[in-house]
Design a protein around this ligand. Structure first.
Ligand code: PLP
Length: 470
């Protein structure tokens, strides 16, 4: 363990054991650096790690404070296993039956993948959209073909520059949401029958893409505190002809974990050693609660082997369907695949988002969004503590809008899903996140909605049903 990791570990232990309690100020950087005999940058690194794990938060000009914690969090090495096998993926029926039944707007959407539209500047965006359609030059129908609208790509590239991520505008290809970027990237580097390393549990959308492209999944366990198990991944890469790796290094869906920088660096080095491209799904990267954004694994990419896929769907403009891939050495392939499949992303939507990014106050909106999500996360954790059966364990991600719960006893999340739906509440049951239908005792809940009375009530009902199934 590096010095800063040891320091972060010691402080985390003090929080877990109750020595440091919610709301308490932890030692200042100067004080900690004296006490522990390390330099200030080591303390900063340790505090940054703790912030990313949702254990502490910084308040401008006041210092660092302990966040409120779930009653019980998921333990380390939750799913660790060393055996690596590949599986043909067949999840769509289950995913569609779960997701299809929650489209009814009267259902309380705790199982939804979307945050509430109330959190987004829809009216301001509508002004940008109106301007884009009013000023639309018919030549842009051709000019904005892949790789996409020049101004938008410039704005996207600028955000990378500000965060010191080595991406140039040339490698940015605009797509119809991140989902298309991810699809095209995987398609560019695989053929039917190939093996792809994915996380376990994984975003069900990734499982469906593997199923559609007739690829086989090599599931690598995700630890709820540290992310994908690099030891198991290394072993899988040694013994299997894996053609690509698809993962989320930040606010992983569904677990919520963010890998630390050292692990991201090791991940990229490991994949480089085996010359396996990484498809990095980073759709929640703007939704962090700490003072700094988490770096993408793409930050450590020297050979253009990482395809960084993002969108504005979760951070600004749900429904506009504008995303992108910063696709490194694969950019021209992605550009062609985009042309061959859906020709281009919507021309007015691209122009509208470019306009908003330039004049709309994106960073101001993001600050508000992050604050709201963090408040809502605390409200949901408090409700779990109030209503769920003893022995329920929950993650506390440092960003995004999902909690991942392990239910006690023999509670079956598919049964819970059916009973909750009958009461007008949706949840995302664990098995939709696994090619092997595991995680039956797990549930993903969405806190991306303002905490109105109906959400408190829904949590109470859900907790009661879970207790009855225990
Ligand atoms: C982890 C993850 N990746 C990708 C997507 C797709 O993003 P987009 O709506 O931009 O296509 C989603 C949407 O739910 C998601 O949760």
């Amino acid at each position: 363990m590096k010095r800063y990791e040891q320091l972060a570990h010691d402080i985390a232990e003090s929080i877990r054991s109750g020595v440091l309690v919610a709301g308490q100020r932890i030692p200042s950087v100067r004080h900690a650096s004296k006490t522990y005999g390390v330099n200030a940058s080591t303390v900063f690194q340790a505090y940054y790690l703790l912030e990313n794990r949702g254990l502490i938060r910084s308040k401008p000009r006041s210092g660092y404070f302990v966040c409120s914690q779930p009653r019980q969090s998921l333990p380390d090495r939750e799913h660790s296993q060393m055996e690596v096998t590949s599986t043909a993926v067949d999840v769509s029926e289950l995913v569609f039956s779960v997701l299809g039944s929650v489209r009814d707007p009267s259902i309380i959407p705790l199982g939804s993948a979307f945050p509430s539209p109330k959190l987004f500047p829809m009216q301001r965006l509508a002004r940008s959209m109106a301007k884009a359609t009013r000023l639309m030059d018919m030549r842009s129908v051709v000019a904005d073909l892949p790789p996409g609208n020049h101004d938008l790509r410039r704005q996207i590239a600028l955000r990378y520059v500000v965060e010191n991520v080595p991406v140039n505008m040339e490698e940015v290809v605009v797509t119809s949401g991140a989902m298309e970027a991810l699809n095209l990237c995987l398609q560019a580097v695989t053929s039917p029958g190939d093996l792809v390393a994915i996380e376990s549990p994984a975003f069900y959308g990734s499982l469906q893409v593997l199923e559609r492209l007739k690829l086989k999944a090599v599931e690598i366990p995700v630890d709820s505190r540290t992310g994908i198990d690099l030891e198991v991944l290394g072993k899988a890469l040694e013994h299997h002809p894996i053609k690509a790796c698809w993962l989320m290094s930040n606010f992983q869906n569904p677990v919520g974990v963010t890998m630390d920088d050292a692990s991201k660096k090791s991940l990229v080095a490991l994949l480089r050693k085996h010359q396996v491209p990484l498809i990095e799904d980073d759709v929640y990267n703007e939704l962090y609660f700490s003072s700094h954004p988490p770096k993408p694994a793409k930050s450590f990419d020297e050979e253009g082997l990482v395809m960084h896929c993002c969108s504005f769907s979760k951070s600004l403009a749900p429904g506009y369907r504008v995303g992108w891939a910063a696709a490194g050495q694969f950019a021209r392939q992605i550009e062609r695949l985009k042309l061959m499949t859906t020709i281009s992303a919507s021309i007015p939507a691209q122009a509208a988002i470019a306009d908003y990014l330039e004049y709309g106050g994106y960073d101001r909106h993001l600050r508000k969004l992050r604050h709201n999500l963090e408040v809502q996360q605390n409200q949901m954790i408090a409700a779990i503590n109030r209503y769920f059966p003893d022995g329920t364990r929950v993650t506390k991600p440092g960003g995004g809008y999902f909690l991942w719960l392990e239910l006690p006893g023999n509670v079956d999340s598919l049964k819970l899903f059916k009973l909750a739906l009958a009461q007008g509440i949706s949840i995302a049951p664990g098995p939709i996140f696994s090619a092997t239908r595991g995680f039956r005792q797990y549930v993903r809940l969405n806190y991306g909605h303002p905490w109105e009375q109906e959400f408190e009530k829904a949590m109470e009902v859900l907790g009661r049903i879970a207790t009855s199934l225990k």
